[in-house]
Design a protein around this ligand. Structure first.
Ligand code: DOR
Ligand code: ZN
Length: 454
């Protein structure tokens, strides 16, 4: 049997095992993993000696901003960042203009992404007041899941009333798909923001104080209660607090299908870095980055399986919107978020090198976990025979410095500028196509829409 591509001599990593072997890809799929060395003919061979061969890594939380906000990002630039950063599949968020709230909105996004994606992509739809009749048609059309913004954030897309959420989730339960929530309690955060503004506060930490961990906990506990009632699947997006981890842990014990996501910033940064490192508005994000105690609780959650997904919340904005020239200025005027899809893998591999987690655990939360949560498993998230031939090859010894000017995103703003990293992606391979080698992009936008397997 001749194959298309062989990645030979690498150290193959899955959550369960690490071993030397060769990955054979034919017709875009994993044909076989061989440990013997009598390899067949191949059109292309990559020698991965000294490198780690991972299933294609997935970022299940990006904002590529089309349609409507393409001055911040589009599928070309966002997905180039993904490919450069070792990500083979992304899932795109619905807070665009108009929001992805019906089949027409879904088709508009599909049209914008087609032939413009350098990596594979799934699409979320948003549940808002009055669109429950779209839940089944959206599933039919091919969304991988849904989102509800329980708290106010970029895009200002309000959640339905609680009763309508429960009804919507009962309908969604018929689809087998999951709904993720932006978990902040509006009653708490809007009250506190006004109170702090009335006091004249506009320093960076006022943003953190306006969105305390109890606001996340309040939203998470309500969401878990409602998902239990509706017997529906739930994801808590971008978890940032110790209380949140405990609530998700307990929710699972109580039999609710609740999964957790966190992002690199919540694990490696602290809210105080807004002041200590003068990052100010550059580190403004919703929910906010909190204290070291919260970060440690998130690490424990990640290691014990309470949190099964890392997502970057890639949220590009212009330098003016981010107040990049005056990060310590009026924090209320700055927009929340920054581009993260390209810097995530180096940042997390640096944590692997520092001994915070094994490479196998990282594969679990950046490949298997997202694929399972969003019904892309077993086509994505593993290197089993018949899976898509998506591979991220990483060099754990390769060091570098994050440079905002080199980001592929339209947004050259990141709080991680100047960070030293050890451990970098060196190949991104999508269904057998090499799209990135040593940081350089190759070829055409080969990315395809990924519909869920349900
Ligand atoms: O900081 C954030 N930015 N949090 C969100 O929830 C949305 C995101 C964005 O779209 O910019
Ligand atoms: Zn987001």
């Amino acid at each position: 049997m001749a194959v298309d591509l062989i990645v030979k001599n690498g150290t193959i990593v899955s959550p369960a095992a690490t071993y030397r072997g060769h990955v054979l890809i034919k017709d875009g799929k994993v044909a076989e993993i061989m440990v013997r060395d009598d390899l067949p003919q191949a059109k292309e061979v990559i020698d991965a000696k000294g490198l780690y061969v991972l299933p294609g890594l997935i970022d299940p939380h990006v904002h590529f901003r089309v349609p409507g906000l393409d001055y911040k990002e589009d599928f070309d630039t966002g997905s180039q960042g993904a490919a450069a950063g070792g990500i083979t599949t992304i899932i795109d968020m619905p807070n665009v203009v108009p929001p992805t709230a019906n089949v027409e909105g879904f088709q508009a996004k599909v049209a914008a992404a087609r032939n413009h994606a350098y990596v594979d992509y799934g699409i979320y739809a948003v549940i808002i007041e009055g669109n429950s009749d779209q839940i089944l048609p959206l599933a039919e059309a091919g969304v991988v899941g849904y989102k509800i913004f329980l708290g106010e954030t970029v895009g200002n897309i309000p959640a339905p009333q609680d009763g309508e959420i429960i009804d919507a989730w009962k309908i969604m339960a018929q689809t087998g798909l999951r709904c993720g929530v932006h978990a902040e309690d509006n009653g708490i955060i809007l009250y506190l923001r006004k109170k702090l503004q009335d006091l004249g506060r506009k320093d960076p930490l006022a943003h953190l104080e306006s969105r305390p961990s109890v606001s996340e906990a309040a939203a998470i506990s309500r969401a878990i209660l409602f998902a239990g009632e509706a017997k529906s699947k739930l994801m808590i997006f971008h978890m940032s607090s110790a209380e949140g981890v405990e609530l998700v842990r307990r929710g699972k014990q109580d039999g609710v299908d609740v999964a957790g996501e966190t992002g690199p910033h919540y694990l490696i940064m602290e809210g105080e870095d807004m002041v200590r490192m003068s990052l100010g508005s550059l580190l403004k994000v919703n929910p906010p980055v909190r204290s070291r105690e919260h970060a440690e609780a998130l690490w424990r959650g990640l290691l014990d399986g309470t949190i099964e997904v890392i997502g970057t919340d890639h949220a590009p904005h212009t330098p003016e919107e981010k107040m990049a020239d005056d990060p310590m200025g009026d924090i209320w005027k700055a927009v929340a978020g920054w581009p993260g899809v390209e810097t995530n893998v180096p940042l997390m591999l640096t944590q692997v090198n520092a001994g915070r987690m094994s490479l196998g655990r990282y594969v679990k939360v950046q490949a298997e976990g997202p694929a399972r949560a969003w019904n892309l498993w077993p086509r994505k998230g593993n290197l089993g025979r018949g899976a898509d031939g998506d591979i991220t090859i990483v060099d754990l010894q390769k060091e570098g410095t994050i440079d905002k000017a080199k980001l592929h995103s339209k947004s050259k703003v990141t709080p991680f500028h100047g960070f030293h990293v050890k451990g970098m992606p060196v190949y991104t391979i999508i269904r057998g196509n090499v799209v990135m080698k040593n940081g350089e992009l190759y070829g055409n936008p080969v990315g395809l829409l990924q519909k869920p397997i349900v």
